[in-house]
Design a protein around this ligand. Structure first.
Ligand SMILES: O=C(O)C1=C[C@@H](OP(=O)(O)O)[C@@H](O)[C@H](O)C1
Ligand SMILES: C=C(OP(=O)(O)O)C(=O)O
Length: 761
């Protein structure tokens, strides 16, 4: 962006040549910014239409004007040529005769919608390109025309593109830039050819299509009857067909080549869609519409300067509370959404692969969607998601492009930590940001070892997000002893290791989920393991492979516990991923006495899967084996509710990691349980929970907080099954991060659950 002093020299003599909507609005905006009030400046106009000048004077936009350049050009310091592109030749030829009468060091600029044509006309008219001519184009307009439609706000927060040439003088560029900033515009700079190509696609092509559609329909129905029935879609698509025909004829004449290129691409796209419609190819249509819809959302988020996810969240500016009626039982056959950990990784590895990766069962939750969107922002074409199907057109290990702004990953710790490793190996700088919950979480655990590998990673105070990662740093392999059992840290280092020279080894103090290692191997990138250590060599490549994401055992847990604690329950959870590094919850529930069986065990895409059949059986309190803690790390909020309904004390230790999740899960659960009257004692690394057992309600009701944590929200929801009074859980919107459709499924199996929405202040 070109940003300079926001003022024009005093006693400027600004001459607007062509007093239509564009020139008139510029005069109006400069007036509104104070030009000509007490700085001795004047704004003059030249236009072949005396009535337009008269109107401009009456509206207070210009001080004086003439139909002939010779009468107003004397002493001009800044001349704005605001005439249609094809009128530019006559105007410039005339102006070239008066150059000696302009003020010394006068600056000339224009507002033409195409730039190469205007540059060539200028060279012809002036004999060579004047160094004090600054070509420019305000990206603002209206379908209205004429000075009467002038609007002082027309350029407010709009972009103006200046296209300086090699010989353009810097101070002339600065003067024009200052003028547009005074008018409220944001000034950008671009070369002439690029400007014409970009505008051909983003502005000229849509105008051509709008003119053509309206004309085609009008010809088919000469009495224009058809327009009586036209609704919003027609109005939205064709508004710009009301624009000035002369101006647009000139644009298409002047920017012919670039417009034809854009039209060729468009015709190809239209032909593909035509074929899809002809053959009734619904998948193809969906893929195109999905891509377009997501791209449109992205465009919207750029316009509003919000992140993609925030854009979605903003539409929902209210807080969501769950209200669960006490009692009930749980039965049926359900399938919970796809695994979050695998979904994140499927997008990451698919994007870096060579070839096309098809993912089924993808979790359409906010966390994994944030990962998906981040890759779109780095130039990866991704179709879907549509009913869990995503198609990723991989760009290879070095094919990502720099995103235009920070990557926002919402609530997702997994995304931020895995991205940190992956982005440390890219050639470009990036910034990772997240929501308030994520902004509190520790990132030093990835930033520190990445720095040892040679990465340049900046964090906010205390090692918290945002993360700023400098690109283009040569990484070296690392032999790392992880101080905590974390799959996210391990995965981060393996992903960085793919970009590092030599070998990267990670030793884990206890086994953690191994989805990254499995999926890397599935994509042809060899990861080896011996005991507690895994390693890979840098410099390899990934080859696309299909991924079938099983249901998330962490989401299934809420229903496992619901059935385990509720007399009369009998529930089947289908197609649940049972990776050995994730089945702590099954081991723990069984140790507590749950009647839980695996049926129909099979392997899908390198991950074990089964249907889980659970029936009510009385539970007893246990001491949770510490080796199960990392294998059930996300399942503890729900397991605490199982403990509250078991006979006797359940004791958890070695679980300090729970304090750095979406909330401090030990504290959040202890606070909520205390409100419900569940006896508990908190420790630094765990908790003791006293359960009453039996079949009567085990605790009361009350209003508890989710602390912006999806798993706390869902845990207290299922607690309602064994409460004596309603439980209300505040702030449950975060459930959408990992478990979209939770409320519907909970109701389907038998919970009596309402959603209460309240407007935020
Ligand atoms: O790698 C992963 O996908 C995850 C690892 C775990 O985090 P830690 O690595 O911080 O234990 C887990 O809590 C998180 O939900 C998902
Ligand atoms: C801890 C969790 O996720 P993340 O770390 O990705 O935010 C979770 O889903 O429980």
């Amino acid at each position: 962006m070109v940003r300079q002093d926001l003022s024009l020299p005093a006693a400027s003599r600004i001459l607007v040549v062509g007093l239509g909507l564009i020139g008139g609005s510029l005069a109006a905006a400069l007036r509104a910014a104070g030009v000509g009030q007490d700085d001795n400046s004047v704004i003059l106009a030249c236009d072949p239409n005396q009535d337009e000048i008269q109107r401009g004077i009456e509206m207070g936009l210009v001080d004086a004007g003439a139909t002939c350049l010779s009468e107003v050009v004397e002493g001009a310091t800044l001349i704005v040529l605001a005439v249609p592109v094809l009128a530019m030749r006559t105007v410039m030829q005339e102006l070239s005769r008066y150059l000696p009468q302009l003020a010394e060091r006068a600056v000339i600029t224009d507002v033409g919608s195409t730039k190469a044509a205007v540059r060539d006309i200028a060279i012809e008219a002036f004999g060579s390109l004047p160094p004090r001519l600054v070509l420019g184009h305000p990206i603002a307009g209206s379908e209205k025309s004429g000075v009467a439609a002038s609007d002082a706000e027309l350029y407010q927060s709009h972009k103006v593109i200046l296209t300086p040439c090699a010989n353009t003088e810097a101070d002339a560029l600065q003067r024009v830039s200052a003028m547009w900033q005074l008018a409220g515009a944001e000034v950008l700079s671009m070369d002439v050819e690029r400007h014409d190509q970009v505008l051909a696609r983003t502005s000229h092509l849509p105008h051509l299509l709008a003119f053509s559609l309206v004309d085609t329909l009008a010809r088919q129905d000469e009495r224009l009857e058809i327009f009586r029935y036209a609704a919003g879609g027609f109005r939205d698509f064709t508004r710009i067909a009301g624009s000035d025909p002369v101006m647009w004829r000139d644009v298409f004449t002047a920017n012919r080549e670039a417009v034809l290129d854009a039209l060729d691409d468009f015709e190809l796209g239209l032909k593909r869609l035509r074929q899809a419609v002809t053959h009734g190819d619904g998948d193809d249509m969906l893929a195109t519409f999905d891509r377009a819809r997501h791209a449109r959302h992205y465009f919207e988020s750029l316009l509003n300067q919000t992140s993609y996810q925030a854009e979605y969240q903003m539409q929902d500016n209210n807080s969501l509370r769950y209200r669960v009626a006490p009692g009930g039982s749980v039965s049926g056959r359900i399938r919970v959404p796809g695994d979050k950990s695998i979904s994140h990784r499927s997008i990451m590895l698919g994007a870096l692969s060579e070839g096309v990766t098809e993912v089924t069962g993808f979790l359409e939750g906010e966390d994994s969607l944030a990962t998906l969107q981040a890759f779109r922002e780095m130039g990866v074409a991704i179709e879907g998601p549509h009913q869990g199907r995503v198609v990723i057109h991989g760009v290879g290990m070095h094919g990502l492009q720099q995103p235009s702004g920070p990557l926002y990953v919402g609530n997702a710790g997994t995304a931020m930590r895995l991205f940190a490793g992956l982005l440390a190996g890219q050639a470009f700088d990036t910034e990772l940001t997240g929501d308030t919950s994520l902004t509190r979480r520790p990132m030093g655990r990835v930033a520190d070892p990445l720095r040892e590998m040679g990465a340049v990673v900046e964090t906010a105070e205390g090692g918290r997000p945002p993360l700023r990662i400098k690109g283009g740093q040569p990484l070296r392999g690392l032999d790392y002893d992880m101080p905590m059992a974390s799959a996210q840290v391990k995965s981060c280092l393996l992903l960085a290791g793919m970009y590092a020279a030599g070998e990267t080894r990670v030793r884990e103090p206890a086994p953690t989920r191994d989805h990254t290692e499995r999926m890397l191997n599935g994509f042809g990138y060899r990861v080896e393991r011996e005991g507690d250590t895994c390693w890979l060599q840098g410099g390899g490549k990934l080859t696309a492979a299909p991924i079938d994401v099983p249901s998330d055992i962490s989401s299934a847990t809420f229903f496992l516990v619901a059935a385990a604690i509720t007399p009369g329950s009998d529930l089947v959870l289908e197609h649940v991923g049972l990776n050995p590094t994730r089945i702590g919850v099954i081991n723990i529930l069984k140790a507590m006495g749950a009647d839980l069986r695996m049926e129909n065990s099979r392997e899908v895409g390198g991950e074990p899967v089964a249907d889980l059949h659970i029936r009510y059986a009385p539970l007893k309190g246990i001491e949770i084996p510490t080796d199960q803690v990392p294998l059930a790390i996300d399942e503890f909020p729900a397991l605490f509710i199982a403990a509250a309904n078991a006979e006797g004390v359940t004791r958890l230790r070695g679980a300090e990691e729970l304090r750095v999740k979406e909330s401090d899960r030990l504290q959040s659960m202890a606070d909520g349980m205390t409100i419900l009257g569940i006896e508990n004692t908190l420790f630094d690394d765990g908790i003791d929970i006293v359960g009453k057992g039996g079949e009567a309600p085990n605790y009361g009701g009350g209003r508890v907080q989710s602390h912006e944590d999806h798993r706390i929200a869902m845990a207290f929801t299922i607690a309602g099954l064994r409460a004596s009074a309603p439980i209300e859980v505040d702030d449950c919107a975060n459930v959408a991060t990992s478990f979209p459709g939770f409320v519907e499924l909970a109701r389907r199996v038998g919970l009596s659950l309402d959603e209460v929405r309240e407007e935020l202040e």
